[in-house]
Design a protein around this ligand. Structure first.
Ligand code: VG1
Ligand code: CO
Length: 542
């Protein structure tokens, strides 16, 4: 029997860069999660009998929302719900499961790199039938619905046993609890040369992987230790915990410091990697060398043909606007198109579906390909391992050869977290207002060529997105970009992206901080971050 539960709208359910993210205590209010999930179903209007995928990164509140979502899905006419065992599905695994089983969509319960626990963050994201994040037209429709919703639907049914594989019935809907890892792991075997990687491991290739007590633990143990033969213990912090052990599951030099320190110590293995809360990001560190995510994207694209799944070459490479232009130079050398999209994976979906791009990436450590419609942290790790096995060279040697050929994009991102929202918005508004006066002005050795607010017209479906970040481009290819984060849950986070290009034959092995100091000074002169926020230094540098 379908029950109709009267409700009234919440005004703050606008999805951000990647779904709706709020504090757990916000999500735990009566009707809050239910309203949002019902708004998704009202907006997408699934055909009766459709399949829905549900899974999350295992954070606190995951199981509670999954049980509610199953009942709401049953009341809304879904015929089949696929749930990862224990409620666990990494974001890329969920994307694959949606595609593989012909689901009409999926709910991914995660706040990704944000911390978890009763006082921390939770999130819900809806993905469409291609496996990718809902595009803006759909997230706008969901938001519009949340503003007027007056009821949600459910059924009277007991909780599903999420821990036992197999089928159960919930009021006429079949709920299948599926293995969280197997489908995704099998897909990886179709893309990469597992025998060659196994042989390299047997020959001494060593690595360390930090799963950060987040969702990738079971995936990494299965693929790296069981299928590829890395020694047990290669995967550290491999058990998903509801509070990620009290840490931020954000794979960067601040939050994955233990891995960083190991990789720069005399005991470093050849290769180090980490992933984030929901398993879609990757951190790549070689023995004694950090590879920026932008460089990793470029190097993966340049070497992808060494993996069987990409042997026939790439159709194109796409990157988000703040990501460095390193990948563009690879695309140019390969004679394939390069695309520049706004921040967030949802903008890659049309390019991947249309076969225009094969590999995509973001400076925030997200890289992926057309194998799914999400970024995929362990996919990037496996492509690196395939390249290391095929080339038989060190990470450092591969990086140096890459820079010698293409030049080097020195790059850093400075984050100023938990700023008062009004201050951050005023800073951005003042910066944008100053743009007409900037071209031709000199800041130290840098002269402004152009300053604009990035806007994007999707080359496949023509959809238009304005206000996607402020950029100041300098003569010679250096630039600064400023954006406000769309994933935070407290105040505003200002991101300052810094990029300096050194062509082949230039200074290729200098210290990044030193190479970026003129840009940092220019950014302060132009945007007045310290002056306006009172912050003398960023909270996080990645
Ligand atoms: C951040 C990153 C962006 C990424 C998004 C979701 O967004 O900058 O590149 O796509 O997180 O990643 P923002 O708006 O805070 O800058 V995840 O791993 O949180 O799903
Ligand atoms: Co993530």
């Amino acid at each position: 029997m379908i029950q109709t539960i009267p409700s009234s709208p919440f005004t703050d359910q606008k999805p951000g860069t990647s779904g709706l993210r709020k504090k757990v205590r916000v999500f735990a209010q009566p009707n809050y999660a239910e309203n949002f999930i019902q708004s998704v179903f009202d907006a997408v209007q699934p055909e009766a009998g459709s399949t829905l995928v549900i899974g999350g990164d295992g954070r606190y509140h995951n199981r509670t929302v999954i049980q509610a979502a199953i009942r709401i899905a049953a009341a809304n006419g879904y015929g089949r719900v696929l749930v990862g065992q224990g409620g666990i599905l990494s974001t890329p695994a969920a994307s694959h499961v949606i595609r593989k089983y012909g689901a009409s969509g999926g709910l991914i319960l995660s706040a990704s790199h944000n911390p978890g626990g009763p006082d921390e963050d939770f999130g819900i994201k809806y993905n469409i039938a291609n496996g990718g994040p809902a595009p803006e037209a759909i997230t706008d429709a969901i938001f519009a619905r949340t503003k007027v919703i007056d009821r949600w639907l459910t059924v009277e049914a007991a909780d599903v046993d999420l821990d036992t594989l197999g089928s159960q019935q919930v009021a006429g809907t079949t709920v299948e609890v599926i293995d969280s890892v197997a489908d995704w792991a099998d897909l990886m075997e179709t893309l990469f040369d597992f025998p060659a990687i196994r042989a390299a491991v047997a020959g001494g290739l060593s690595m360390a992987f930090d799963a950060m007590h987040a969702v990738t633990g079971p995936y990494a143990v299965e693929v790296l230790e069981r299928r590829l033969g890395f020694r047990p213990g290669t995967v550290q912090n491999g058990v998903p915990l509801e509070d990620f052990g009290g840490h931020h599951p954000d794979p960067n030099r601040v939050h994955a410091k233990v891995l960083f320190d190991l990789m720069f110590s005399p005991d470093a293995p050849a290769f180090g990697a980490a992933s984030d809360g929901d398993g879609d990001r990757n951190l790549i560190v070689g023995k004694g060398i950090f590879i920026t995510p932008s460089d990793s994207l470029a190097m993966l694209a340049a070497n992808a043909h060494l993996a069987p799944g990409y042997a026939k070459g790439l159709a194109g490479i796409a990157r988000s606007m703040p990501t460095s232009a390193a990948a563009d130079r690879v695309a140019e050398a390969l004679g394939i198109p390069a695309f520049e999209t706004p921040t967030g994976w949802k903008f890659f979906g049309t390019l991947l579906d249309a076969g225009k791009a094969t590999i995509c990436g973001e400076e925030s450590a997200g890289t992926g390909s057309d194998h799914v419609r999400e970024k995929d942290g362990l996919w990037a790790v496996l492509l690196w391992l395939n390249i290391l096995a095929a080339r038989g060279e060190s990470m450092e040697a591969i990086a140096r050869q890459h820079w010698a050929k293409f030049g080097r994009n020195y790059y850093a991102r400075h984050d100023y977290e938990a700023l008062p929202k009004d201050d951050a918005e005023a800073l951005m508004a003042a910066l944008e207002a100053s743009f007409p006066t900037l071209p031709g002005k000199a800041f130290g050795p840098l002269t402004v060529e152009k300053a604009d607010s990035f806007a994007y017209t999707d080359p496949v479906d023509g959809s238009f997105s304005a206000n996607q970040g402020l950029r100041v481009l300098f003569v010679g290819g250096s630039r600064i970009v400023l954006r406000l984060s769309g994933t935070g849950t407290e105040g505003a986070t200002l991101r300052l992206y810094l990029e300096r290009y050194e062509p082949a034959g230039g200074t290729l092995d200098a210290d990044t901080d030193a190479m970026l100091s003129d840009l940092i000074a220019a950014a302060e002169a132009i945007a007045g971050i310290a002056a306006r926020t009172g912050r003398s230094a960023p909270d996080v540098i990645t």
